[in-house]
Design a protein around this ligand. Structure first.
Ligand code: BTN
Length: 265
């Protein structure tokens, strides 16, 4: 890149970082149980600034969805949480946070690898392999989302996964080489912040349509399991409260809350 353009580009990044919400402060921890727990403990005693990030080299009890353990080799990946106060969102629209954040991660990944997909509700996949997971924990007070902790685990430099997590993968496994975690975190936060600003300014249309464009198995026939029954269906979208809509071969549209339906291979 021409040196003047590089200079402008660097200034642009610095300008964005200075004005962004997500990443307005970054606390680095060498070890903690779980960055979501750490953020929750902070919220008990004070009100961290909106967008405050807590990032750990090592989580001793990293938490995944439905009480699963989140595997991450110390110092190899991004494991962090941030706090937001989305009081502008109705509580029945909480799923918009999930969409905006997963899209921010997808935007970041798509600049580095092809075929990035969001597997409903908010897992990040590259083809059939999971590269990142998101754990969102909301506090509701007086009918409003008073605070929200967003935890993200993104596999970057890890080469081997030991747990029985389904088909994990890292950026380095896909592209080769090794990444600088400090630099990547900054770039990732910029992408998440851009989507959060869209959400805050009421621009839900691009968020909704980009989410669908990125949705794993959208409009494709595939097999799903409901209770003990396997059926063939096509994902038609996600309703306003975040339920997955699947049309079956009888042309009935079924809606599912998280864990009411499983994706078959
Ligand atoms: C999932 O099961 O897909 C969600 C995984 C979320 C993992 C991240 S790592 C940082 C934050 N702290 C945690 O304990 N969990 C989340």
């Amino acid at each position: 890149m021409h040196s003047f353009r590089r200079y402008v580009f660097t200034l642009e990044i610095e300008f964005n970082i200075a004005f962004m919400t997500i990443g307005s402060s970054i606390d680095r921890l060498s070890q903690t149980e779980s960055t979501n727990n750490y953020a929750a403990a902070q919220l008990m005693t004070k009100r961290p600034n909106e967008g405050a990030v807590f990032v750990a080299d090592c989580q001793t009890v990293g938490r995944g969805q439905i009480n699963n353990f989140w595997e991450s080799e110390p110092g190899k990946n991004l494991t962090f949480s941030f706090v937001i106060y989305p009081e502008f969102l109705r509580i029945d629209r909480q799923f918009e946070i999930s969409k905006a954040v997963s899209l921010g991660v997808a935007d970041f990944l798509s600049e580095r690898v092809d075929r990035v997909r969001i597997k409903w509700p908010n897992d990040l996949y590259v083809e059939n392999r999971k590269i990142a997971g998101i754990l969102i924990e909301n506090s509701i007070r007086m009918g409003k989302i008073s605070s929200c902790i967003v935890g993200i685990g993104l596999n970057i430099n890890q080469q081997k996964f030991l747990s029985d997590a389904p088909n994990p993968v890292s950026l380095a496994m896909l592209t080769g080489g090794e990444y600088d975690l400090v630099d990547l975190l900054e770039k990732l936060l910029l992408k998440i912040d851009a989507r959060y600003q869209q959400l805050k300014s009421g621009l839900t249309h691009p968020i909704d349509s980009d989410y669908l464009s990125c949705l794993y198995r959208y409009q494709e026939w595939a097999h799903y399991r409901m209770n003990d029954e396997v059926f063939e269906g096509k994902i038609k979208g996600v309703d306003e409260i975040g339920r997955l809509m699947i049309e079956n071969r009888q042309q009935n549209t079924l809606t599912f809350h998280f864990k009411e339906v499983a994706f078959c291979k």
